[in-house]
Design a protein around this ligand. Structure first.
Ligand SMILES: Cc1cc2nc3c(=O)[nH]c(=O)nc-3n(C[C@H](O)[C@H](O)[C@H](O)COP(=O)(O)OP(=O)(O)OC[C@H]3O[C@@H](n4cnc5c(N)ncnc54)[C@H](O)[C@@H]3O)c2cc1C
Length: 465
């Protein structure tokens, strides 16, 4: 009898398992794939960032080195090597999780986990053999899978999801991306930087529509410069693949049909919670209408000894959100009183410029009727950004009109994925814009842009613009 069985080894599951073991619980982890780490390490965060980094090097070599005074001839892309390096990075990370399981004395059971009852999980290996394991508590961390539209046939050859886009054998000539969200824009960026034409078809009127509207507008301008074209407010109605050609038809807001032809189409319209084969009903666990595992504020299902975390439950589908939830449940199980501030989970888009945000968007503040003031600072005015030739973008700070408390920070620019951490710390400690304005920021750094935006929000007193 284990104290805890965790089903799924993504960032939610493996982190939950480690924290449970640290707290002295006898822990088992079940994973159906041969490698640990889930979507994030195998076909998500890590491989996409590896390809984004490689393609960015190429793009800079092709487009900015000359201005820096570096001449190159015979510049070529070796896509096969790029993918091999990406696979090596993935392996280092997934092997690392295996090591962490051993170090923390967590039993790893490889196979599909399915409930027999509320304390028993059957583990079925690929060869069909199975065994039952028992646990006092069970944490479901089975993650998510790419979703599609009912009329799209994903052949995984020309009509692909993010998983196949991470393993292409050639650079598309023209990649059509359905969906202007994070994953589509990140993977579109990889191939645009390597020379592909990229057309994005998005149903909403803005890219990355859940983020502050300014971010989508700025990002659209930057991505156009590297060969993206955009069809916003277009509803995809059909996708056909014939030989090496794919044709996507979409309806314009006026009801006309446009046709976009390419050689690959990436369907990136979101992800769905994954519970296939879990047999949750055998334990009596309820699902929501959207197929998520239903949980309360303690991430507990309707069956008291069963919890669920990460992409398979409500909330942002992000690795660090899943990790926080893994720690939360482990600590809850030993009687601690952990807390997650969901409003302060940052969101990042690893395009170039990067987009990063935390807290409320301007649209949300308006909707809630909260009075706010805005401070902005463009990277064009940053000495550090001029030095690295990364002047696209800005930092936007939203602060309470009366108290000056920072309510939201939205950044688009160089290395904002790392910069956003300062805003998270500030907001966790309920800093005012003036607090940040009075703190020394090393010069020259991109982080000065955050301080300047806070100065702008405090009293419209940015120094360098
Ligand atoms: C291309 C791409 C890029 C991304 N980039 C980022 C990023 O930069 N930052 C970020 O925060 N997020 C990113 N994400 C999202 C991130 O990957 C997910 O939010 C995260 O992996 C969710 O973690 P999880 O533990 O809930 O589930 P998952 O990582 O999906 O892991 C679930 C695991 O459970 C296993 N499993 C499922 N059912 C069973 C079963 N019945 N028995 C045994 N095992 C089972 C699965 O095989 C899988 O390994 C990206 C996603 C994609 C697709």
């Amino acid at each position: 009898m284990y104290d805890v069985i965790v089903i799924g080894s993504g960032p939610g599951g493996y982190v939950a398992a480690i924290r449970c073991a640290q707290l002295g619980m006898k822990t088992a982890l079940i994973e159906k794939y041969p490698t640990l780490g889930g979507t994030c390490l195998n076909v998500g965060c890590i491989p996409s960032k590896a390809l984004l980094d490689s393609s960015e090097h190429y793009h800079n070599a092709a487009h900015t080195f000359e201005t820096h005074g570096i001449g190159l001839s015979n510049l070529k892309v070796n896509l096969k090597q790029m993918i091999t390096r990406k696979n090596d990075v993935v392996k280092q990370n997934t092997d690392g999780i295996q090591y962490l399981m051993k170090k923390n004395k967590i039993d790893v059971h490889q196979g599909l986990g399915s409930f027999v009852d509320k304390n028993t999980v059957k583990v079925t290996k690929d060869d069909g053999s199975s065994s039952d394991i028992q646990g006092k508590n069970i944490i479901i961390a089975t993650g998510s899978k790419p979703s599609s539209l009912p009329f799209i046939k994903l052949d995984k050859d020309r009509v692909i999801t993010s998983t196949e886009a991470l393993n292409l054998k050639e650079i598309p000539k023209h990649l059509v991306v359905i969906g202007g969200g994070v994953i589509g824009l990140e993977l579109g960026s990889v191939y645009a930087r390597l020379g592909a034409k990229v057309s994005v078809i998005e149903f909403m009127d803005s890219l990355i529509p859940t983020m502050d509207r300014t971010m989508g507008k700025e990002l659209q301008k930057s991505l156009k410069k590297i060969g993206f074209e955009f069809f916003l407010k277009h509803k995809v109605t059909s996708v056909e693949s014939k030989g090496k050609e794919v044709t996507v038809k979409a309806e314009t807001p006026k009801g006309e049909t446009v046709e976009v032809k390419g050689d690959y189409v990436l369907v990136s319209i979101g992800r769905r919670p994954y519970t296939d084969g879990l047999n949750a009903e055998a334990a009596g666990v309820k699902l929501t209408d959207r197929g998520q595992i239903e949980v309360n504020d303690h991430l507990q299902t309707n069956v008291p000894n069963i919890y669920a975390i990460g992409d398979v439950v409500k909330g942002a589908m992000l690795a660090h959100k899943a990790e926080e939830e893994g720690v939360f449940v482990a600590e809850t199980l030993v009687g601690q009183k952990p807390h997650i501030n969901y409003n302060l989970i940052p969101g990042v888009v690893y395009t170039w410029p990067e987009v990063a945000a935390v807290g409320y968007t301007e649209e949300q503040l308006k909707e809630k009727g909260i009075k706010y003031k805005t401070g902005k600072f463009p990277f064009m005015a940053s000495g550090r950004a001029r030095a690295s030739m990364d002047t696209d973008g800005l930092v936007k700070v939203l602060a309470d009109a009366e108290t000056d408390e920072i309510l939201g920070v939205h950044m688009i620019g160089p290395r904002t994925a790392d910069m956003i951490a300062e805003a998270v710390v500030a907001m966790e400690y309920r800093a005012s814009a003036e607090d940040i304005s009075r703190m020394s920021h090393a010069h020259p750094t991109y982080t000065e842009a955050f301080k300047e935006a806070c100065l702008a929000a405090t009293d419209n007193r940015a120094l360098h613009v």
